[in-house]
Ligand binder design. Structure first.
Ligand code: CAA
Ligand code: NAD
Length: 288
């Protein structure tokens, strides 16, 4: 069965990732409807996207006209009922299985196209857990983008035991041909490929600082200068969000019960204190 070309996308959440996903879709000439819980959050999400589009212009990646056209393709709503005509929906709300499952249950009722792709950008929650919240788990898939979305070229595609081949092909085609991303496939295991490797590294760096093995600056400088990483692990934890890193660690620990996935106390205390990284103005470092 051939499905229509995807021209109408829905994005749920306009935080770091939802805003980035909405931006790259709008830049790829697709009509984008973004859900946020309140008008205030929607306004903050739009402002986040406009700042990033401005950065795209100032760095010569897009023209002023492309920025304007992308901005025109973005609409916001606080009613999931408005997603009925979407051909692809990417869920990008906080890393919480209960919240995501409730959204998938509602999307299942609302989105009418039987070949629609209902994707989650979850970092670590097994996709089958979200699929079973719906009556049509064949439409559910993982499409895992990377932060910052306009810059990083990867999408991890995660099919479940129930995802249909048609939905998987449609999602891959959209990611590669429309968004110009490169796709790798992962089995439906918590953390998929990248976070199963990356998050134990971030947690090890936090344990190093916690135990006094080295200072945060030296840990970061060591990995930038010694391994040519674009940023050190503590700066990267700040970029991702400490709350998100903790939730990913919890989810992988629940799946594998391996000590290397357990969240260190320093991470727990910082999340409790609201020091969740760049998005909150402070984490391991401070942001102006
Ligand atoms: N739109 C288009 N292009 C943009 C842009 C935007 N909004 N913002 C930046 N860019 C471009 C810049 O033009 C620049 O391009 P050139 O190299 O061609 O000039 C490039 O992106 C880098 O930007 P900057 O020079 O402004 O910034 P930087 O050199 O300090 O790099 C960074 C910033 C891209 C964040 C870099 O430090 C980096 O890649 N860090 C690692 C990020 C990473 O590992 N992300 C993965 C996190 S894990 C994850 O996402 C999964 C999960 O589930 C948690
Ligand atoms: P964020 O904290 O920037 O944004 C969270 C979003 O969730 C906001 O839009 C917020 O309004 C929404 N939200 C919070 N509570 C909600 C609720 N009860 N109901 C509906 N919406 C709610 O988070 P983020 O970094 O954008 O992460 C979003 C998703 O993307 C998570 O699943 C995360 O694991 C994943 N992810 C994050 C990164 C990263 O580097 N930050 C990378 C890849 C994937």
């Amino acid at each position: 069965m051939t499905s229509e070309k995807i021209q109408r996308v829905g994005v749920i959440g306009a935080g770091i990732m939802g805003a980035g996903i909405a931006e790259v879709c709008a830049r790829a000439h697709v009509d984008v409807l973004v859900f946020e819980q309140t008008r205030e959050l929607a306004a903050a999400g739009r402002a986040r996207i406009l700042r990033s589009l401005d950065r795209g212009v100032s760095s010569g990646k897009i023209t002023e006209r492309e920025r304007e056209q992308a901005a025109w393709r973005l609409r916001f709503t606080s009613d999931l009922g408005d997603f009925a005509d979407r051909q692809l929906v990417v869920e990008a709300v906080l890393e919480d299985e209960k919240v995501k499952s409730a959204i998938f249950a509602e999307l299942d009722q609302v989105v009418t196209d039987p070949n629609a792709v209902l994707a989650s950008n979850t970092s670590s929650i097994p996709i089958m857990k979200l699929g079973i919240a719906t009556k049509a788990p064949e439409r559910v898939i993982g499409m895992h983008f990377f932060n910052p979305v306009p810059v990083l070229p990867l999408v991890e595609l995660v099919t479940t035991l129930k995802t249909s081949a048609a939905v998987s092909e449609r999602a891959e085609q959209f990611a590669s041909e429309v968004l110009g991303k490169q796709v790798v496939r992962s089995a439906d295991r918590s953390g998929f490929v990248v976070n199963a490797l990356l998050v134990p590294y971030l947690l090890s760096a936090i344990r190093m600082v916690e135990s006094g093995f080295a200072t945060k600056d030296d840990v970061d400088r060591a990995m930038v200068l010694g391994c040519n990483h674009p940023m050190g692990p503590l700066a990267l934890t700040d970029l991702v969000g400490l709350d998100t890193v903790k939730s990913i660690a919890d989810s992988m620990y629940e799946e594998f019960k391996e000590p290397l996935y357990s969240a260190p106390p320093l991470l727990l205390r910082m999340v409790e204190a609201g020091l969740v990284g760049k998005k909150s103005g402070a984490g391991f470092y401070e942001y102006g």
